[in-house]
Design a protein around this ligand. Structure first.
Ligand code: NDP
Length: 500
């Protein structure tokens, strides 16, 4: 029988975490809650599994990971349905999310050996008689803590790369999306039945905290900045390294030579997809004076056409009910302080839905401009020139992604954005490009997932030197003579002493 709870709010019943649809309240998942002892035992088992997994080598792991990818691909409609049911995300958005995750598993599996595998490194004149050897060895067990807004894409961005690098992974999904997390783990176990290489521990924040203190060799966290600080503090106790993918307040800059139709289309998508619950979602726009009015009109027309509701609407429910209060506060505050809603407004919040809202003339120091809203809302601000746009875009502690529409100055502007990523003439696209690193600066965290940097994040650099001949310039020995030292001085001056 299907139990009905407060829609979307997970509850614990008889030691089980029960997740529910934010649209209907129908039960979606029921998973056992891990105690601290369970977390420790899971990590212990994962440690042994990690040794076995590392022993498969790059070729063995690649084969398993590609089979995992294929299984997810074959069953992607089922996973999309589950993602839709548990988080409320429209099916089309769930499909795009899964497709992006598949691309990341594929790339990580195929490129792990090239990026992390053993290689010889050339020496220079100093230590010329040595060869260098470099490889990136797995940490052992990596703890992955994930959010609810992209319950497939975000954990795979960490776990997929960590697994490709030879680590076992213990994954703590968000309490809002445990069923999706367990689905990924179960699917992996079908292709790796021998050992618990990828496992999940379920529960509330305390389970994540227990994972940080469980003796894992690294923690990869994706979630809010506030929790990222707690994770880092917990990991500091044991010097456990952390990768932090935290929140954002990404800006889109529209320059005078932008294609305004394309800019409006990408802006509406980047701001409103997944009901705006996207870490790299566009939450602020800075448009130069010449194009401001035309741009706002196009955005309002396109956003005004979107449908809101369950099932096949463009915009689904807000996944985490408590977020509705944040969204309402940001809209109310913006309007109270002189902002104008040119679409939506205070009445747009109709739980569990929020209708698209576009705000203009909002003061720069208001919550709607400075804090992560995580809803289908957008502020559009008029600026005199593109330099002012960059200055305003860069004025927040967050620095995750961003976007620029324009021609002549677009690359220069993208480079000047204080963020880990930027897209030109599109929004959010860097997240899907498996060859590029993903991560932020400042309050948006540090470390990188995806791409070569994302693979290296999950391997420890191991440097080895090997002597292959007698030293012509003996330096690191007590057997060197005064004449050797004199020759070292001569070489140092010849090689490094020019260009004073
Ligand atoms: P939270 O920070 O609330 O939670 C993230 C995860 O941490 C959850 O699994 C949560 O468990 C767990 N957790 C909570 N407390 C602790 C603790 N003390 N120690 C360890 N783990 C803990 O974030 P949300 O789930 O609300 O996700 C939304 C946020 O994630 C937004 O700020 C968004 O910008 C950001 N995000 C960043 C991305 C990036 O790549 N930079 C990508 C996607 C989202 P529980 O759910 O059980 O409380």
């Amino acid at each position: 029988m299907t139990a009905v709870h407060v829609p979307g709010t997970p509850v614990i019943e008889d030691g089980r975490l029960v997740s529910t649809s934010p649209a209907s309240g129908a039960e979606v998942g029921r998973l056992p809650v891990a105690t601290e002892a369970d977390v420790l035992a899971t990590v212990e088992r994962a440690r042994a599994a990690g040794g076995w997994w590392a022993g498969l080598g790059f070729t063995g792991r690649r084969e398993r990971l590609l089979r995992w990818r294929s299984r997810i691909a074959h069953r992607m409609e089922e996973l999309a349905e589950l993602t839709h049911a548990e988080g409320g995300k429209p099916l089309g958005d769930a499909v795009v999310e899964i497709l992006t995750a598949l691309e990341h598993i594929d790339w990580a599996a195929r490129n792990a050996r090239r990026v992390l595998g053993p290689r010889r490194v050339r020496s220079r004149l100093i230590l010329a008689e040595f060869t260098g050897h470099l490889e990136y060895q797995p940490y052992g067990v990596v703890g992955v803590i994930g959010p609810w807004n992209y319950p497939v894409f975000t954990p795979i961005g960490s776990a997929g790369y960590a697994l490709a690098a030879g680590n076992a992974v213990v994954f703590k999904p968000s309490e809002y999306t445990p069923a999706v997390g367990q689905w990924l783990v179960d699917c992996f176990a079908e292709v790796v039945p021998e050992q618990p290489v990828l496992t999940a521990v379920h529960g509330l924040g305390d389970v994540g905290a227990a994972l940080c203190r469980s003796g894992v060799a690294k923690v990869a966290f994706t979630g809010s900045t506030a929790t990222a600080k707690k994770v880092m503090a917990a990991c500091a106790e044991s010097l456990t390294p952390v990768l932090l993918e935290a929140g954002g307040k990404d800006a889109l800059i529209v320059d005078a030579d932008a294609d305004l139709d394309a800019a409006a289309e990408a802006c509406v998508w980047g701001a409103l997809t997944n009901a705006g619950q996207t870490c790299i979602g566009i939450e602020r726009v800075y448009a130069v004076d010449q194009v401001f009015d035309a741009f706002v009109e196009k955005v309002v027309t396109k956003a005004g056409r979107l449908t809101v509701g369950p099932d096949d609407a463009d915009i689904g429910p807000i996944t985490m009910p408590s977020q509705l209060d944040v969204i309402r506060r940001h809209i109310d505050d913006a309007v109270a302080r002189g902002g104008r809603a040119v679409l939506g407004g205070p009445d747009a919040v109709q739980p569990p839905y929020v209708h698209p809202t576009v705000l203009v003339d909002v003061p720069e120091d208001s919550a709607a401009v400075r804090e992560e809203t995580f809803g289908p809302t957008l502020t559009v601000t008029r600026v005199r020139h593109v330099d002012e746009a960059v200055e305003r875009a860069n004025s927040l502690p967050y620095g995750l992604g961003g976007a620029v529409f324009g021609r002549e100055r677009a690359v220069a502007v993208a480079r000047r954005l204080r963020s880990g990523m930027a897209s030109i003439n599109s929004t959010l696209t860097f997240a899907g490009m498996s060859t590029l690193p993903f991560g932020g600066v400042g309050d948006s965290g540090f470390g990188r997932i995806h791409g070569e940097d994302g693979l290296r994040e999950f391997g420890r650099a191991k440097a080895i030197t090997r002597r292959r001949a007698r030293s012509l310039l003996p330096a690191m020995t007590f057997e060197r003579t005064p004449a050797d030292v004199a020759r070292l001085v001569k070489v140092a001056k010849l090689r490094y002493g020019r260009g004073r």
